[in-house]
Design a binder for this molecule. Structure first.
Ligand SMILES: Cc1cc2nc3c(=O)[nH]c(=O)nc-3n(C[C@H](O)[C@H](O)[C@H](O)COP(=O)(O)OP(=O)(O)OC[C@H]3O[C@@H](n4cnc5c(N)ncnc54)[C@H](O)[C@@H]3O)c2cc1C
Length: 489
């Protein structure tokens, strides 16, 4: 087939990667509106033309949900933007979300051949562009739903894992009901990631597609409290269950003074602001205390979000303390760069040792210690080693702990047959996503601990197919068994 790309391979290599326009850093720290502004159609076409159309494309093997990246780039080159969005939606129901928050530099773009010599193709920004284009033109395609199978599946949790499982199961004709503990669907997408990175309307529009596929979402329904897994299976007529309850249990430092007022887990802090809109208190009922000198502990996406949200609450200073260096920081490159541009002050190789309060038990200072990097630990990263006598004290009045997350035990406490490891992480068959309890499948952060949106979605796809195959066998459905596991990325 001849290529619609008017550029020769040599010319393609000479086109620089397009830079997405952004709100100026000085302006954006005063608002919660989205920072990157999106590509224009001309920029998108030019960026897509940079693709070398490799005979054996490597980028696709970096996508845990198997998006046909070469095909959607070709459609962009041809100016068929809506069709490009539909192509992505064959395997990814959340393209506008993934285009914004996926760590593409560690996934598809990392494997792009252009990236060996130049900057890789901006696959993420192109995914975002076509998804936004589809939404703005009103040509949103609702994926086909299969003939009803008569099987009823409960999906627990409405984060990226639950939404992806619901999509894959509804597509195959099963009746799907999502049970969500919170009053809004989306999981971390809504309560963790701030609106200036992921606007509410983007999340709502992608969830709306699922609703139009017939998926029912029941909010304010924590499974394990209002109904148990066993009740769903034995009394509510569910044939199988998918658990995608994430890892929403914050880790703490256990250092002296951690219980002082003004010290938050990032989970609580971000939920108050993103979900409950505490930035609009008293117009909204939920307050949050954000003082003049904020310290955030950690350097993952959560820490960047906590620091950048804090900046928008107008303190004098926001500091990040991290015990390793910038090279080991787990945050997406873009989030780190945005935080630096916006004025967050970074203290690398620095870890807290205690929190110091006033007579009213409000935090007033943080004591930190300098570190140096020693031998690699189990994670493969070099272990931070404290330097004796290097303690320093900083005045702070708000501290946000962004140290990582564990799995909430509500499901496993109420359903003890679901096996976990010693950290409470649910154990599954990696090929099928099935847990140790028959008919119960799981994926996402609940089986890994805190990870990424796209990994949660990739695993959810595998587990949804595992569940579907299980239903075929158990219910004698006249449907072909499908291959489950994608190559692990
Ligand atoms: C602040 C923050 C920023 C992040 N930024 C990024 C990023 O930029 N890019 C990226 O790729 N990843 C990012 N991540 C990680 C990513 O969001 C998660 O890996 C991903 O959301 C996991 O998806 P999930 O569906 O497994 O779980 P979640 O998104 O946690 O969703 C689980 C859902 O289950 C619900 N639930 C829990 N228990 C129950 C129950 N018993 N009954 C009913 N419902 C229940 C929860 O309320 C929640 O809605 C970030 C994480 C955080 C915390």
């Amino acid at each position: 087939m001849t290529s619609a790309n008017p550029l020769t391979p040599k010319e393609r290599m000479q086109v620089p990667r397009q830079q997405m326009p952004e709100q100026d850093a000085q302006d954006r720290v005063r608002n919660f509106t989205e920072v990157p502004l999106g590509l224009t159609p001309d920029m998108a076409m030019l960026e897509a033309r940079r693709c070398l159309e490799c005979r054996k494309p490597t980028c696709m093997s970096g996508c845990p949900v198997g998006v046909d990246i070469p095909a959607f780039l070709t459609l962009i080159v041809e100016g068929k933007f809506v069709e490009a969005a539909w192509k992505i939606k064959e395997t990814n129901i959340l393209p506008a979300i993934c285009g914004r928050v996926c760590p593409q530099d560690e996934q598809c773009e990392k494997l792009c051949l252009v990236g060996k010599k130049k900057h890789p193709i901006g696959i993420g920004m192109l995914e975002r562009f076509v998804a936004d284009y589809e939404r703005s033109t009103g040509e949103v395609r609702i994926p086909n739903v299969g003939e009803p199978t008569g099987c009823k599946v409960a999906v627990v949790g409405s984060g990226p894992a639950g939404l992806t499982a619901a999509f894959e199961l509804a597509k195959r004709g099963h009746t799907v009901t999502i049970f969500e503990a919170l009053h809004r669907p989306g999981g971390v997408l809504f309560y963790g990631i701030p609106r200036f990175r992921l606007p509410a309307e983007v999340i709502e529009a992608e969830i709306d597609v699922l609703k139009q596929m017939g998926v029912e979402i029941i909010l304010n329904a924590p499974v394990g409290k209002v109904v148990t897994i066993d009740e769903l299976l034995n009394e509510e007529g569910c044939d199988a269950i998918f658990v995608g309850t994430g890892a929403g249990l914050p880790w703490f430092t256990n250092l002296p003074g951690e219980n002082l007022n003004g010290i938050y887990s990032a989970n609580e802090y971000l939920t108050r602001i993103n979900l409950m809109r505490a930035d609009q208190f008293p117009n909204n009922a939920t307050p949050v205390y954000c003082g003049q000198r904020v310290a955030v502990i950690g350097a993952g996406n959560t820490a960047m979000d906590a620091a950048r949200v804090s900046l928008r609450m107008s303190p004098e200073e926001v500091h990040i303390f991290y015990r390793r260096t910038r090279n080991e920081a787990p945050a997406r490159t873009e989030e780190l760069e945005h935080a630096i541009q916006e004025g967050v002050q970074f203290h690398w190789l620095t870890a807290p040792t205690r929190f110091i309060g006033d007579d009213n038990y409000f935090v007033k200072q943080i004591e930190v210690q300098k570190m140096e990097l020693g031998e690699p630990d189990a994670s493969g990263r070099r272990r931070p080693v404290p330097i004796p006598g290097s303690e320093e004290v900083y005045d702070v009045d708000t501290v946000v702990l962004a140290l990582g997350f564990g799995v909430n035990p509500l499901i496993t406490d109420s359903t003890p047959e679901i096996e976990t490891n010693k950290w409470g992480v649910v154990q599954v068959n990696k090929e099928t996503g099935e847990t140790s309890k028959e008919g119960v499948f799981a994926a996402g952060d609940v089986i890994t601990g805190g990870a990424t949106v796209i990994l949660a979605m990739g695993q959810a796809r595998t587990a949804a197919l595992g569940l579907h195959n299980w239903l075929i066998e158990r219910k004698g459905l006249d449907m072909p068994v499908e291959a489950t596991a994608l190559e692990a990325v």
